[in-house]
Design a protein around this ligand. Structure first.
Ligand SMILES: O=P(O)(O)OC[C@H]1O[C@H](OP(=O)(O)OP(=O)(O)O)[C@H](O)[C@@H]1O
Ligand SMILES: Nc1ncnc2[nH]cnc12
Length: 187
């Protein structure tokens, strides 16, 4: 029993939307930056996020074998979701940060370019993967992560992507071949 048991998913999503801070023209003119850390800086916001991620993890029990979180804000949520789903957590990191043998790819995102890597032996054969991140904008980042995972071969499949926030008007979903779910959509 916790203070959110009686709250619907919609109630939680509405509460987060009311608390979220955005910053026009950051990091570049024309970008409205949605700051997930503004939710963590609010004690109730942080508790609601925890509840949202716990519900997400429980909803995929038995359907996935690994949670992959994206650098950096996907690391806030991935381990909670993975723990509730009772599966391991694996990071996709910006290039040059992971030890051992890695596979990498370059991509574009809403406000720049980047490249990411995953450890070659991080995901077991035939695993069903859930990719998680805080935000879907153009879809460049999620698509790059899915491409990386497919480069590993071994019959590994991305079964779902979960984001806390989606800038739906940028149509990032069109780049993603797997199912995408989100908590807060912005038109
Ligand atoms: O859909 P896209 O256009 O690819 O944009 C979404 C990505 O952009 C942000 O990360 P960023 O690369 O800024 O990294 P950070 O988490 O290290 O700040 C965000 O956390 C997503 O990962
Ligand atoms: N508008 C935005 N706000 C926060 N993170 C982002 N990543 C890409 N676009 C973003």
């Amino acid at each position: 029993m916790n203070q959110f048991n009686e709250k619907s998913d919609q109630d939680l999503s509405d509460a987060l939307r009311a608390k979220l801070k955005s910053y026009p023209d950051f990091p570049k003119p024309g970008i409205n930056f949605l700051d997930v850390f503004s939710l963590y800086a609010d004690l109730e916001g942080s508790q609601i996020l925890n509840e949202v991620f716990i519900r997400k993890g429980r909803s995929v029990i038995g359907q996935i074998d690994v949670v992959v979180g994206l650098d950096a804000r996907g690391f806030l949520m991935g381990p909670i979701i993975a723990r509730e789903a009772n599966v391991p957590f694996v990071p996709v990191r910006k290039s040059g940060k992971l030890p051992g043998l890695t596979v990498g790819t370059a991509y574009s995102l809403e406000y720049g370019e980047a490249s990411v890597e995953i450890q070659k032996d991080a995901i077991p054969e035939k695993a069903r993967v859930l990719i998680v991140d805080d935000l879907l904008a153009t879809g460049g980042t999620l698509n790059a992560a899915a491409t990386l995972i497919s480069k590993l071969g071994l019959g590994i499949t991305v079964t779902e992507c979960f984001v806390l926030m989606e800038l739906a008007f940028l149509k990032g979903r069109d780049k993603i071949t797997s199912k995408v779910s989100c908590t807060l959509s912005f038109d």
